[in-house]
Every structure is written in structure tokens, then in C-alpha cells.
Design a protein around this ligand. Sequence first.
Ligand code: ADP
Ligand code: MG
Length: 231
Amino acid sequence: MEEKAVQLTDVTKTYRVGREKLHAVRGASLDVAAGELLAIVGPSGSGKTTLTHMIGGLLKPTAGTIIIGGTDITRLRDRALSTFRNKHIGFIFQNYSLLPGYTALENVCLPLIVAGVSPAERKRRAAAYLELVGLGKQMAQKADQLSGGQRQRVAIARALAMQPKIVIADEPTGSLDSARGHEIMNILEHLAHIQKMAVIMVTHDLTLAAKADRQVHMLDGAMQEAAHANR
Ligand code: ADP
Ligand code: MG
């Protein structure tokens, strides 16, 4: 049996807006296995970002449990949660902020410096992940000399350098053309299928979503599993 990397049970997020309650996520239940690439699709405002932020420990649910690799993160206090997040969860955002005056390699090394990884090990790891995203030849280039697609891949390498168990990508291809979008998709597939990470990708692009192992749809905060799965 495949290991369950992510287990959500009845996860709910309710915001209070003035006197009204806004149900951003309504009782979402979901399992994601290690080695699985899951796509979350749905219209704008349907709760996709809220859900992924809760899975990643950036946002506390109003109710429900979120178990990541056996740990119920809804029970962790802030400090323990942020330590857990840094160690186990890699975020790939659309607004990837790189330090422009620094090289691709230095940008990827940054979280490793924060985590106290030794200089030799962080250089080795950063180089390996830059190779993985196809930037082996651009390591010494400054971030501001790279194309948009290349910068996005540096940000992916940076998220991977901590060797997370779970990768969460919120609209990672949103600002890229479709060829670049497919490159990112291929990297996410590699992470899931070869590196055995659990990869959760939010996307508007139904062609990309169809390439995932499984899709779930969000509508008005409620989650529905798509009828078919690729595996
Ligand atoms: P999506 O990512 O699918 O576009 P979101 O998760 O960003 O959707 O938002 C879901 C709903 O929750 C929207 O109606 C949004 O306006 C609302 N929402 C998100 N964040 C907050 C917040 N901090 N306070 C109040 N409402 C919020
Ligand atoms: Mg969103």
C-alpha cells in the first residue's frame, strides 16, 4: 500500500466578514499518497488557495484535521508548525521572489543557510536541484539575467533544496506560456513519480490538470473528486 503523505478530514475554513460568515472551504476530505501528483481545479474564489495554505500549515483550519506524514499539524503550536513546514513542505508560488543581484545557485542556497546546512552540502544540493530543473548551465548567472521561465525554475529548485515530502504549487504555470507550462509540469511529474514526493498543484489549465494522476474540483468551497483517475 502506498504511504499516505497527506490526509485531510472534514477541513473547513470559515471567515467572518462583518456580520456574515464566508465559507471559503467546506468540509474537505482528501488523501494524497507519496509519489502522487494531484491537480486541484476550480473557478476563482472556489477555495483552492485557502485549502492549499491550510495543507501547507500557513493557515489554521476552523475545523477538521490535517495529517502530514503522520503528524496532525492542526495540533502544532506556531513555532513547531513553522519548523515542520520548513522541513517537510515545499511551496512553489506564482510570485516567486528571487534576490535579483544573486546568482541562481546563491538563491537556491538561501533556505539552506537559514536551516544551518553546511556550506559544502548546500552547494552540492543546490547544484543538484538546479540540474534537475534544467538549469545546470545557468547556476552562476544572476537572477535578473534569467528569463521568466528560468526564474520560475530557480524558485522550484529553491523549494526542493530542503527535500520536502510534500510540494504545493499554486498556479505555478499561471504567468508562463504553454511550452514553459509543460516544462514545469514535467518537473512536477518527476518530483512525484521519481522522487516520490506528494505533489499538489492548483491550476486553471485543464490540459495540465488532465496530465495529473488525479484531479479534484473545487466549487464554492466544496470539493468533488473527478470521476476518473489516470492511475
Ligand atoms: P481561489 O484560490 O480558488 O481563487 P481562495 O481560496 O483565494 O480561492 O478564496 C476562497 C474564498 O475565500 C473567496 O470568496 C475569498 O474572497 C475568500 N477569502 C480568502 N481569504 C480570505 C480572508 N483572509 N478573509 C476573508 N475572506 C477570504
Ligand atoms: Mg487562488
